[in-house]
Design a protein around this ligand. Structure first.
Ligand SMILES: C[S@@+](CC[C@H](N)C(=O)[O-])C[C@H]1O[C@@H](n2cnc3c(N)ncnc32)[C@H](O)[C@@H]1O
Ligand code: SF4
Length: 402
């Protein structure tokens, strides 16, 4: 089949928050002083300028403004940013444009202004609707703020919105997890992301876990009960933590999980590009680079990114062939739909036969199953979804002498 160029997306990172949450290991920083709005947006555009020769006229199918808290940035300023982005790269007219928003940052009328600026999808960080848990999580908003933010979304005509919820929270029991979920479902979002709270190294909770965390068994019971509740309400699981009503899965995130391409601009942003150019003319379009898959990463620290970290092309590393099966599976195995020969071969340029041995082993362990009626399709079983890391580990490259 051979390598071919996958869909291309654009990720823009906004690294500041009103206050850093104790569980969060995203590249997010408590804002000290005034938001450097104009300087940061100018840096994002300069960043795009040095990266855009890599994509030439390839159309961008989705934009995702993630954080941090991009909803700290004014709607009008983001509207100007989108105009400038469209002047630099080809963005398809109906591109999905998602804004991550914290309910504590939404004033009256703000979503209407975001919509006028071009945003057509919002991901709202609800996390929980219980006052005690919101406090333990260090959130800057109440449950009521989330209700108000959803009313604002509706008033703005943004029906395509996601609610982020976490479960297995300190002091939470099964009834509490279900109550949070039922409240979220009652708000009728298009999409729900349902994450198990994890203790991440380098965070406040990672260093000193809070009291009252549910054990593994209770966390799993919560997950299963919530999954059944979501399915009964018409939210179909399509990824480890993502549930959506029919037709409104997140285009941008699906592209990651299907091992698509993306440019990453902003502090700490990651990018991934596939180069399929084989002749001189096409090679010139892609910056003269070789065939294969490359990754980029930007300076994480916002002030350093602003000072110099955005101005030159980001460091680029080629993904070694030996690492490609593992990298592909880290994404594709999260998908309930699984993957097949076509996707693997066109996205990695490797032969399907490279996967024969691990697929057989995972089938025998009951972690993966072949998809009925699809000769070359595989997907995780329920057991595989639960022990995803074990399944992915089968694809780790074997290094000589290790
Ligand atoms: C970048 S934040 C989203 C938007 C916004 N900053 C907010 O918090 O409202 C992405 C989401 O990841 C989830 N998340 C962050 N840290 C997590 C952790 N340690 N365990 C589970 N989920 C986590 C939260 O649900 C959070 O809303
Ligand atoms: S969860 Fe959201 S608001 Fe909290 S620190 Fe992380 S990015 Fe910021």
């Amino acid at each position: 089949m051979g390598l071919s160029a996958p869909p291309l997306a654009l990720y823009l990172h906004f690294p500041w928050c009103v206050r850093k949450c104790p569980y969060c290991d995203f590249n997010s920083h408590t804002l000290q002083g005034e938001l450097p709005q104009q300087a940061y947006l100018a840096a994002l555009l300069a960043d795009l300028d040095v990266q855009r020769p890599q994509v030439g006229a390839r159309p961008i199918v989705s934009l995702f403004l993630g954080g941090g808290t991009p909803s700290l940035f004014a709607p009008e300023a983001l509207g100007r940013l989108f105009e400038q982005v469209r002047a630099r790269v080809v963005v398809v007219p109906d591109a999905e444009i998602t804004l991550e928003a914290n309910p504590g940052t939404i004033e009256r009328g703000r979503f209407a202004d975001y919509r006028a600026a071009g945003i057509n999808r919002v991901s709202l960080g609800a996390q929980s609707f219980a006052a005690a848990q919101l406090e333990t999580l260090g959130r800057i908003h109440s449950a009521q703020d989330t209700h108000v933010a959803v009313a604002e979304l509706r008033a703005a005509g943004i029906d395509n919105f996601n609610l982020d919820l976490m479960y297995a929270l300190p002091g939470q029991d099964l009834a509490g997890a279900l109550s949070d979920l039922r409240t979220a479902i009652g708000l009728e979002p298009a999409h729900i992301s349902h994450y198990q709270l994890t203790m991440e190294p380098g965070t406040v909770f990672g260093g000193r876990p809070p009291k009252g965390l549910p054990d593994d068994e209770l966390s799993f019971t919560m997950q299963q009960a919530c999954q059944a509740e979501l399915a009964a309400a018409g939210y179909m699981q399509y990824e480890t933590s993502a549930y959506a009503r029919a037709g409104v899965q997140c285009v941008h995130n699906l592209n990651y999980w299907r091992f698509g391409d993306y440019l990453g601009v902003g502090a700490g942003a990651h990018g991934k590009l596939t180069r399929v150019a084989v002749d001189a003319v096409a090679a010139a379009d892609t910056g003269g680079a070789q065939v294969g898959i490359t990754r980029t990463v930007r300076e994480r620290e916002p002030r350093r990114y602003l000072a110099r970290g955005h101005a030159e092309a980001p460091p680029t590393t080629a993904v070694a062939h030996a690492d490609l099966p593992f990298e592909f599976m880290m994404n594709a195995l999260r998908l309930v739909e699984g993957f097949g020969e076509d996707l693997f071969e066109t996205r990695t340029g490797l032969a399907w036969s490279e996967l024969s041995a691990p697929l057989v082993r995972l089938g025998e362990r009951g972690l993966l199953e072949s998809i009925p009626g699809n000769r070359s399709g595989w997907r995780p079983t329920e057991l595989g979804q639960r022990f995803l890391n074990d399944a992915i580990a089968e694809f780790l490259p074997t290094r000589p002498g290790v």
